[in-house]
Design a protein around this ligand. Structure first.
Ligand SMILES: NC(=O)c1ccc[n+]([C@@H]2O[C@H](COP(=O)([O-])OP(=O)(O)OC[C@H]3O[C@@H](n4cnc5c(N)ncnc54)[C@H](O)[C@@H]3O)[C@@H](O)[C@H]2O)c1
Length: 294
C-alpha cells in the first residue's frame, strides 16, 4: 500500500487552501499549486487567518501554526507540484475540460505509485480516471467547505478504483481527523445530489417572489434546524460552482428537475459569485452581510 508522506494540492482557492491547511496540520509535506502568484498569496493569507483564529482560541500554539504554514510550499509549476507526490488532490474549478486536461498532464508528471484524487463536487470520477494510465489509483475525495471545520470526506469509487486505493484514502482522511463515507460514482454522489436541488429550489422561490432572501434563510434555519440558510450556503459554495453542478446534473441525469434557476445564471453572468467575490445573495462589502433585493 502507498505510504503517503507528500501531498500535492492543485488549486489554492476556497477548497485547495483548506485542504493544504488540514494536510499540513496532520504532518504531511504539502505543495500547493495555483496558476498565478496572487492566487497562491490569497491561499496562504486564508490559511494564516484561519490558523490565527485557532491560536486565539488556544487550539494550537503560535509555534505549531508557524510549523504548519512552513510545511506548505506554494508552487506555480505543475511539474514541481507533483513530481515527488505520493498523493495528488485536485481542487481546481468545476470545469470538465479543465480537469481532464490537468489530469492528463499530472499522470505524465507524477510518480507511478502516486494516487490521484479529485475534490470535484459532481464530475464523473470514471471519466477523469479514464484519461490517465492509472484508473485503479484514481478516486474522489470530496471535502466540504470550510475544510478545516467540516468533518466529512465523501470517498467516491470510480468504475476501476481498486480497494487498496480506497484504503489509503480512508487512512489519510482519518489522519486529517475526518469521518468518511464511501459511495459509488453517480453525479453529485450522496451529499450534493440532495443539496444542490434544495438550494436551487430556494433560489426558484426567491425568483418567484415567495420570500425575501433573509426570510427564506431564516425559515430554513429555524424551521429545519440547518446551521445556515440555503442562500447563505449558496454564497459559501460559490454561485459559479453551483451553476456548473446544476448544468452538469441536467446533462448527466437527462432530467430537467435539476435545472438551474434563471436568477442563478444571471447572477453568475453579472460576476456575483458569492462570498469569495464579495457579492451574491448577500453583499459582503460592509461589516455585516446585507441581503440583496431581486
Ligand atoms: N466551494 C465549495 O463549497 C466546494 C465544496 C466541495 C468541492 N468543491 C470543488 O472544489 C473545486 C474547487 O472549488 P473552489 O470553491 O475551491 O474554487 P475556487 O474558484 O475558490 O478555486 C479554484 C482555484 O483553482 C485555481 N486554478 C485554476 N486552474 C488551475 C490549474 N490548472 N491548476 C491549479 N490551480 C488552478 C484558480 O486560480 C483558483 O484559485 C471544484 O471542483 C469544486 O466543485 C467546492
Amino acid at each position: 500500500m502507498v505510504d503517503v508522506k507528500k501531498i500535492a494540492v492543485l488549486g489554492a482557492g476556497q477548497m485547495g487552501n483548506g485542504i493544504a491547511h488540514v494536510c499540513a496540520q496532520a504532518g504531511f509535506d504539502v505543495k500547493m499549486r495555483d496558476i498565478e502568484q496572487r492566487f497562491l498569496d490569497r491561499g496562504f493569507e486564508t490559511i494564516k487567518k484561519n490558523l490565527g483564529r485557532s491560536v486565539k482560541k488556544g487550539k494550537v500554539s503560535q509555534e505549531e501554526a508557524d510549523a504548519i504554514v512552513g510545511r506548505i510550499t506554494g508552487v506555480l509549476s505543475l511539474e514541481d507540484a507533483v513530481k515527488d507526490a505520493d498523493l495528488v488532490i485536485e481542487a481546481i474549478p468545476e470545469v470538465v475540460q479543465l480537469k481532464l486536461d490537468t489530469w492528463k498532464e499530472v499522470d505524465k508528471l507524477a510518480p507511478d505509485h502516486a494516487i490521484l484524487a479529485s475534490n470535484t463536487s459532481s464530475i464523473s470520477i470514471t471519466q477523469m480516471a479514464a484519461v490517465t494510465g492509472r484508473p485503479e489509483k484514481f478516486i474522489g475525495m470530496h471535502f466540504f467547505n470550510p475544510v478545516p471545520v467540516m468533518r466529512l470526506v465523501e470517498i467516491i469509487r470510480g468504475a476501476a478504483t481498486e480497494n487498496a486505493t480506497v484504503e489509503v484514502i480512508k487512512e489519510v482522511s482519518a489522519k486529517l481527523g475526518k469521518e468518511t463515507v464511501i459511495v459509488n460514482e453517480a453525479p453529485g454522489f450522496a451529499v450534493n445530489r440532495l443539496l444542490v436541488p434544495a438550494i436551487n429550489e430556494a433560489i426558484f422561490a426567491i425568483q418567484e417572489g415567495v420570500a425575501t432572501v433573509e426570510d427564506m434563510d431564516k425559515a430554513i434555519k429555524l424551521g429545519l434546524n440547518w446551521p445556515m440558510g440555503p442562500l447563505t450556503l449558496a454564497d459559501f459554495v460559490g454561485l459559479d460552482t453551483l451553476l456548473y453542478i446544476s448544468d452538469y446534473f441536467v446533462e448527466e441525469f437527462k432530467d430537467s428537475k435539476y435545472r438551474a434557476p434563471a436568477l442563478l445564471r444571471k447572477m453568475v453572468r453579472a460576476g456575483w459569485l458569492g462570498r469569495k467575490d464579495g457579492k451574491g445573495f448577500y453583499d459582503y462589502s460592509g461589516d455585516e452581510p446585507v441581503p440583496m433585493r431581486f
